[in-house]
Design a protein around this ligand. Structure first.
Ligand SMILES: Nc1ncnc2c1ncn2[C@@H]1O[C@H](COS(=O)(=O)NC(=O)[C@@H](N)CS)[C@@H](O)[C@H]1O
Ligand SMILES: [Zn+2]
Length: 478
């Protein structure tokens, strides 16, 4: 697989044209190959897969604090999938079916899991007997399949969701499950912050909650083109699935009770957000926590002195890797300019250039991906670079947060909201009536994201005029 050719031949479209830029950068930076001959299915290039590995190791480290990872089968018998009416209503037109084993028709068709409630909960029924078995907190990172009819896009809307982290918990009481919802919100907040992705948390309107859930809390971020992207969801399932799948436990008084459950999911959209939010016209810009390579060393060799320079580069590579800084040395025969282009395209946070002048002054030239340049002494290099990696991480989050919050505006009329959502998010007062909420969607052409956590507001509902104690966000979304 050829690597990126030199800068002349492959410059990206401007990020102003986000959709074109996005598709192009995934290919040029070799994240995903979109040429796979099935709609909505894409191929992870090795480089893209190394980003996925880094990001999902971070997610696992947060989940493993008090969840256990497991694995459930992908094929779900139709009898199980159809059990929960609300759930099936929400998924029946998205499920892929396996109807044959070889040439033999299957007695019971098998669904490719769209999400795994109906694979997991029959097993929870077998596993949960007493309150001593609670709380049960499991998760898996698997591929799931949804026959999406809206426009598919790599990392954003796939028909095979390749990196679906789904957690499924069971608790003694509704309140315990409610606390778990808050814990999950804490884990997701930590995860997205570590990826330098700003987010808004909204309680989805009742008509847009997860099929079968009591309520849904959603994490949305704002992409450069003004569209919001739902990057994670946390659902309180109450006892609905427990009643359907008879998941009961014996409480301390010996009485049998239904469990209360939650489930919460994240997919590769988190990587779409990192790429879309931080990227620029030179390619990816990866926050250090999401970048498989944090420093690339480029030897600057003229006619003579190459061996000495290469030696110094190898030494620097060794001490930085020793200090836990993922560092590579690009000693290929390409010209430095072509190397700058390639590693900037791949979003590597820092480049170190070492040439004859640096050797003489026993220093290196450090170039940050956004262009900040400084000469650093060899002594104390690892801690100097560790500090700058953290600064860059913080700087990326700060810029992205400022950009998102500057594009969320209070609107008092539907006309104002309609024009606001061309570039961002509209905040409106809402009386809470469903009819008014749906009218807001119709009148603006946007989607009701729901009631944002931590935002208060008021004024008159722009649809019915009634005094409205609630606030709601409206936006165009993926
Ligand atoms: N077609 C898709 N492509 C990529 N990501 C998706 C797709 N559909 C959903 N997602 C992501 O997956 C997350 C979880 O999906 S979900 O339907 O909201 N929730 C569930 O499936 C629950 N069982 C939680 S595990 C969503 O918040 C969204 O970020
Ligand atoms: Zn109203």
């Amino acid at each position: 697989m050829g690597d990126i050719v030199d800068e002349e031949s492959k410059s990206l479209p401007s990020k102003e044209n986000f959709s074109e830029w996005y598709n192009e950068v995934l290919m040029t930076a070799q994240v995903m190959d979109v040429r796979y001959p099935v709609k909505g299915l894409y191929v992870w290039y090795p480089f893209g897969f190394s980003i996925r590995k880094k990001v999902y190791n971070l997610l696992r480290s947060l989940m493993d604090v008090d969840h256990q990872e497991c694995y459930f089968p992908m094929l779900i018998p139709k009898t199980e999938l159809l059990k929960e009416s609300e759930h099936i209503k929400g998924f029946e037109d998205e499920v892929y079916w396996v109807t044959h084993g070889g040439l033999t028709p299957l007695e019971i068709p098998l669904a490719l899991r769209p999400t795994s409630e109906t694979a997991i909960y029959p097993m929870y029924k077998l596993w949960i007997r007493s309150h001593a078995d609670l709380p049960l907190k499991l998760y898996q990172i698997v591929n799931t399949f949804r026959y999406e009819t809206k426009q598919t896009r790599p990392l954003i809307r796939l028909r095979e969701i390749t990196s679906f982290k789904e957690a499924h918990t069971a608790h003694a009481t509704w309140e315990d499950a409610e606390r778990q919802v808050q814990e999950a919100i804490g884990i997701y907040s930590d995860f997205f912050t570590k990826l330098a992705i700003p987010f808004i948390i909204c309680k989805r309107p009742d008509w847009d909650k997860f099929p079968g859930a009591d309520y849904t809390m959603a994490f949305d971020t704002l992409m450069p083109n003004g569209r919001t992207l739902q990057i994670g969801t946390v659902h309180h399932l109450g006892t609905r699935f427990a009643r359907t799948f008879e998941i009961m436990y014996e409480d301390a008084k010996g009485e049998r009770q239904y469990v209360n459950q939650t489930c919460y999911g994240i997919s590769e959209r988190c990587i779409a957000a990192v790429i879309g939010i931080h990227g620029d016209n030179k390619g990816l810009v990866l926050p250090p926590n999401a970048s498989p390579t944090q420093v690339v060393i480029i030897p600057i060799v003229f006619k003579s002195g190459g061996a000495e320079i290469l030696d110094a580069c190898k030494k620097v590579r060794a001490i930085l890797n020793e200090a836990g800084i993922a560092t590579v040395l690009d000693d290929s025969s390409e010209r430095p300019g072509a190397k700058y282009y390639k590693w900037e395209m791949k979003g590597v946070p820092f480049r170190i250039e070492i040439g004859p002048r640096d050797l003489k002054s026993n220093s290196v030239m450090l170039v940050r991906r956004d262009g900040v340049k400084e000469s650093l002494p060899m002594d104390g290099l690892p801690s100097a670079i560790s500090g700058r990696l953290m600064d860059f991480q913080a700087e990326l989050l700060k810029r992205a947060s400022e950009s998102m919050w500057s594009r969320i505006k209070d609107c008092s009329t539907l006309d104002e909201a309609r024009s606001q959502i061309e570039s961002g998010v509209a905040r409106l007062a809402w009386c809470g009536e469903k009819a008014c909420g749906l009218e807001m969607e119709n009148a603006t052409g946007g989607k009701l994201l729901g009631e944002p956590q931590g935002m208060t507001g008021g004024g008159a509902c722009p649809v019915c005029g009634k005094p409205a104690g609630r606030v709601v966000l409206v936006a165009r979304s993926y």
